[in-house]
Design a protein around this ligand. Structure first.
Ligand code: GLY
Length: 370
């Protein structure tokens, strides 16, 4: 079964089509969006190896010609050098402003390709075909695009909405377990920030979903996309409620910065899992939430095969000062004080500005030892 979830952004509204067999339908779904029957595809090299043939066949059937630019898998592609490579390769194809670019891969591919599409000729349309669980539930929806710099993750980028998102459940079957678990953290996040009932559903169905049960995965992904779409509709540019989607992310980005965004060491979703638990522990330390709720969250994260404590994340050898320093570069910070997403209950997140940096530093100092 396929479902279509609209992201209602006025004239720039688009659909997220979610279901099994979406790649086989891609040509038919894309054709009406094209002014001329050709596409430029930016694909993660591994994804193209696994699923390129299926996608190409569907384009061929719909009479769409295409060129493929393969990028190396991994966060290192999301850099100035990676951006230059993709932009130069796309320009070589003599794209016109009315042409279409496809991002075919995980979050790295989507973020990088979306950014390139947004700046080439002052903006070319693009479509997201996310192939990881994390990209399907989070990064492909909502128009955030970015690259990383030495100062931190996603610090250079644009809001550039896709024209369509095609999320194929079948491609998740080839996803390594590690990536499926990592993606699950963004699903838990959706429950934790605004939907207690969904969090409880996740707790009951995590094991089956992560073992590949497609109906459960479809439900979890659909719920997450719907929740995210509603948030993005209210606050596309993150001046308000969209910031809630960053629950756990200030801590997560610090871990990623400390390992130089090396996904072999820490996947984004793994860092988010630990970051979510830290946001709950920090909220408990401020007296905002009961300890028993914190335990419930830690258990849910660990039941997903993720680390709820820094000591269990990668080597566990984290330098608290380096983590804190990385957090001070967060885009949400204002006037030197930190802005954090905190919780007053499971399913009730809120944005707290002006968090005292000494308190955060002391918290991290303790938390890395837990
Ligand atoms: N990944 C968070 C957002 O799109 O706002």
């Amino acid at each position: 079964m396929t479902e279509s979830i609209a992201v209602g952004l006025g004239q720039r509204m688009y659909d997220v089509h979610l279901g099994a067999g979406m790649l086989a339908q891609a040509g038919t779904l894309l054709r009406p969006l094209l002014k001329r029957p050709r596409l430029a595809i930016v694909a993660d090299a591994t994804v193209w190896n696994l699923h390129g043939e299926m996608f190409a066949h569907s384009l061929h059937k719909a009479g769409i010609a295409y060129n493929v630019i393969e990028i190396p898998p991994g966060e290192a592609s999301k850099s100035f050098v990676g951006l230059e490579h993709v932009i130069e390769a796309l320009l070589q194809l003599k794209l016109e402003r009315a042409d279409m670019i496809i991002a075919f891969g995980g979050g790295v591919t989507g973020d990088l390709t979306g950014f390139a599409a947004g700046v080439i000729k002052r903006g070319i349309d693009f479509v997201q075909i996310p192939t990881t669980l994390l990209a399907q539930v989070d990064s492909s929806v909502g128009g955030k695009t970015a690259i990383n710099t030495a100062a931190g993750k996603n610090l250079v980028g644009l809001f550039w909405q896709p024209r369509m998102v095609l999320a194929d459940l079948d491609v998740l079957a080839t996803l390594p377990d590690r990536d499926r678990r990592a993606g699950w953290s963004e699903i838990l996040k959706i429950g934790l920030l605004g939907d207690r009932a969904f969090f409880d559903w996740c707790r009951a169905h995590t094991t089956a979903a992560l073992a590949g049960d497609q109906p459960r995965l479809a439900y979890a992904i659909g719920q997450s996309i719907r929740a995210k779409a509603r948030i993005v509709e209210q606050d596309e540019k993150e001046v308000g409620v969209r910031a809630l989607l960053n629950l756990g992310h200030s801590f997560a980005h610090a871990f990623e910065t400390c390992v130089g965004f090396d996904e072999a060491i820490v996947r984004h979703g793994e860092a988010v899992g630990c970051g979510l638990a830290m946001a709950f522990r920090f909220s408990a330390q401020l007296g905002l939430i009961a300890q028993q709720d914190v335990h419930l969250v830690e258990q849910a994260i660990e039941a997903s095969g993720l680390a709820a404590f820094p000591a269990n994340l990668a080597s566990g050898a984290w330098d608290p000062l380096a983590l804190f320093e990385a957090m001070t570069h967060d885009k949400k910070n204002e006037n030197g004080a930190l802005t954090l997403v905190l919780v007053r209950a499971i399913g009730e997140a809120f944005v707290q500005k002006g968090v005292d940096s000494n308190t955060v530093q002391a918290f991290i100092q303790e938390d890395v030892k837990r």
